[in-house]
Design a protein around this ligand. Structure first.
Ligand SMILES: [Zn+2]
Length: 291
């Protein structure tokens, strides 16, 4: 049935497979970091009493011709410290409003509450449509220093094709789709917004990297797939994460009860076990800063 097929496409298109069919060609991880303000950061006042600028958010330098840089994991670990970044895709596709109205939950407040209880800093890759549906949660996440909100597009459509059956965004509309998500975060009142972007499904090619150059975002992939989308066995998800994490790893999970119902339960094992192994949880911005 169509609804099931679309549901499958959407969540499959969110990091359940290998790290995406994107070519990865282009700038790779770039070199050196540069400081840019978050897109939501206030414009500095010209007044002599202006407050200090916000802390710069680390980004990866753009590639040749302004090509969007891609970050996957930290290759080195400063001082030998073992760090890992858990990331959560808050998926909602542009046309899923009617399903939310019928009671389907694309959010996962229990997951966020547990991350707070366990004091696990995390990065939430949110779609603009999700922020529109759950503005209170977007503001709550986006004003809590434990979290940072990154961009997962407005529409959750694909930026290269094929991509798990997702509808495709035309290159000329790509930057506008990303900008629209940042606008939705700002409208919700989120302030901890970072200029990072996760391609829906992790699907990208050189054309997408070129088209998004003017958006001045760092594309963020992952090296550990949790397999939490549509999972019914939390232990299997936990095992997959624990088997995959290395120092500097970036793990992709989901923040949506609708199609990733076991994520919080899996983390009840993952979090204490990784801490027992000596890992510290960090946000993507911290991982990029130390790469
Ligand atoms: Zn997604």
């Amino acid at each position: 049935m169509l609804a099931a097929a679309v549901l499958g496409a959407v969540l499959t298109g969110c990091g359940t497979g290998s790290p995406g069919p994107g070519s990865g060609a282009g700038s790779g991880e770039g070199s050196g970091t540069e400081a840019r303000r978050s897109p939501s950061a206030p414009v500095p006042s010209t007044s002599a009493t202006a407050p200090p600028s916000p802390t710069p958010v680390p980004t990866v330098a753009a590639g040749p011709g302004g090509l969007t840089p891609v970050f996957e994991r930290a290759r080195k670990s400063a001082g030998g410290e073992k760090v890992v970044a858990l990331t959560f895709d808050a998926d909602m596709t542009a046309d899923q409003g009617p399903r939310a109205a019928r009671g389907e939950h694309f959010d996962n407040p229990e997951l966020i509450a547990s991350l707070r209880k366990w004091k696990v800093p995390s990065t939430v890759f949110m779609t603009g449509r999700w922020a529109e549906e759950y503005p209170d949660q977007a503001r709550s996440i986006g004003t809590d220093p434990l979290f940072e909100i990154a961009n997962h597009s407005y529409s959750h459509h694909a930026f290269s094709s094929p991509c798990y059956g997702l509808p495709t965004v035309e290159p000329k509309a790509m930057k506008a789709d990303v900008d629209r998500a940042f606008a939705a975060f700002a409208k919700a009142g989120a302030t901890n917004v970072v200029p990072y972007f996760r391609f829906p499904g992790g699907c990208y090619d050189d054309r997408a990297l070129r088209s998004l150059g003017p958006a001045k975002v760092t594309a963020v992939q992952w090296d550990v797939v949790s397999g939490d989308a549509f999972a019914t066995n939390a232990d299997a998800v936990a095992e997959q994460v624990l088997a995959g994490v290395k120092p500097g790893s970036l793990v992709v999970m989901h923040c949506t009860r609708s199609a990733a119902p076991t994520t919080e339960k899996a983390l009840r094992r993952v979090v204490p076990e990784l801490r027992k192994r000596g890992y510290r949880f960090v946000k993507v911005s911290d991982l990029i800063a130390r790469r």
